[in-house]
Design a protein around this ligand. Sequence first.
Ligand code: ARG
Length: 460
Amino acid sequence: TTNTQWGGRFSEGVDAFVEKFTASIEFDQRMYRQDIAGSIAHATMLEKVGILTSDELNQIVQGLNEVQQNIESGNLEWSIPLEDVHMNIEARLTDKIGITGKKLHTGRSRNDQVATDIRLYVRDEIDFICQEITRLQEGLIMLAEREATSIMPGFTHLQTAQPVTFGHHMMAWNEMLERDFERFQDCRKRVNRSPLGAAALAGTTYPIDRHMTANLLGFDAPTENSLDSVSDRDFAIEFCSASSLLMTHLSRASEELILWTSAQFNFIDLPDRFCTGSSIMPQKKNPDVPELVRGKTGRVNGHLVSLLTLMKAQPLAYNKDNQEDKEPLFDVIDTVKGCLRAYADMVPAIQVNEEAMREAARRGFSTATDLADYLVRKGMPFRDAHEVVGKSVGYGIEQGKDLSEMSLEELQQFSDTITEDVFDILTLEGSVNARDHIGGTAPAQVLAAAGRAKQKLQAR
Ligand code: ARG
């Protein structure tokens, strides 16, 4: 038997394997709510322009609501011969309300329908993802305020560089997420346009009102060009690109958390509930959550490349290739949401080992730059100061002493410009407090940055 939705011109049924091979119902069923909302908006518009009677509209709306209830209560069996979510729902509607159900598809094609569904779906997920980013940022800012004065070594090349505060480090992560939030918001503007009415590719001969359907679905406006509307998936690629950058940031944070929880660093402790043990080594507590987030970054990057490759060189307008957009896109959404949830739950529970961080900063000659700056303030050219401090550090390594642990006489071996007041700047507190400008690590600046960041979150 031929297909009930498009079998008119066919003389034989589709090959059983081909039917499965071309079906998308296994993965596009998750857009059922968007599909039904789109159909209700379309039908509402068809009634307004006189294509459906108000009685027909009522039947369609009621029927679609019932279909939705059937889906949500698990009483609708998805059919592979019906190929995708669009035809499954339309067929169920027609089962329920008869001939009127067959009028729903007037002035519409699955091509504008699927583009509408994906846009609605991505828009909703962007809104949820942005809420989760905000929740994570709240945790980071809270941690930054709590640890505004906790000193740790700042690194370059993963070698101890200068002292910073743990709060400052958390606010660095917050800035990355702030830009991720902005990127998703920016992407949302281009997602939130209505392709409905583009029909198969050229528009439709019916007197449709595209502004009305756009409005009903909460889109900002209809898209401009029917060919473009049904073919491009750049909005999904953009979403995946913003997701890749978000994951890149989470993977960097993960790498640091993993290092910091190791016995060698011992800077922080993650609560047991975010870690797992080893089946052979009884002492182990592994930072699985950050490790998995770091690993999942790879699959998001992979999906981004999949979609770019899928879109590349597709001629206008719709091609079946685009059915392949969904699995990568949905996996990106699921992965990003999972990672954000784990992070937003975990970050506020991070415990900081202040003593170990301070000790690491002290051991690593992290105030060496401060000593050089001190000599410069006393009139020495920076290059000479660099040399003097380099020699002092060499001596410190030999003697096993940090700069702040040397006596004045010891320091004066390298320059008699050094006097008693040097000890004010060689302390870790002196070093961080001195970096007292916007964006600097001084605790006062970290608290000010946290205050500004909280205001931004409140304005959302
Ligand atoms: N399942 C299809 C997709 O995901 C819907 C659009 C099909 N359109 C068509 N002309 N075959 O893209």
